[in-house]
Design a protein around this ligand. Sequence first.
Ligand SMILES: [Zn+2]
Length: 142
Amino acid sequence: MRIFKEGFRQEHKSKINEYKNSWRKKNPDLRREYDNRRRARQLNQMGDVPAGFHQQLFVKQKGKCHYCTNVLDSSYHLDHKIPLCRGGLHDKSNLCLSCAGCNLRKNRRTEEEFITLINGENTGEERDGQMIGQKTNSNSKM
Ligand SMILES: [Zn+2]
């Protein structure tokens, strides 16, 4: 009897995991929102985010990244302008959509810091490759 129950539980468990995985695949947006909420709640920084807010943002931003204005694909990120780790809230006023690249580069920067960084790059102040430490070794002893 016991063995039967154990077997049933195992089978049941894998069914649940199967269901969870397929749900995650079908609902990447909801999963993102769910993950963000959980993270914010853990940090006690839960603000007001209406259901389906990222979809409203998507329309508002015309499907483009908030930072680089590249067209967003399905791997876009919900970005906290002021990161949670810097005391930002998970709140509609602090959220935007960004491409994965910008979100990863932005990391712990605030919106302001990141925009400054991007603008700095666009002004073309990069120095042309300077030759550093090219020593001519002419005093070799024989
Ligand atoms: Zn971007």
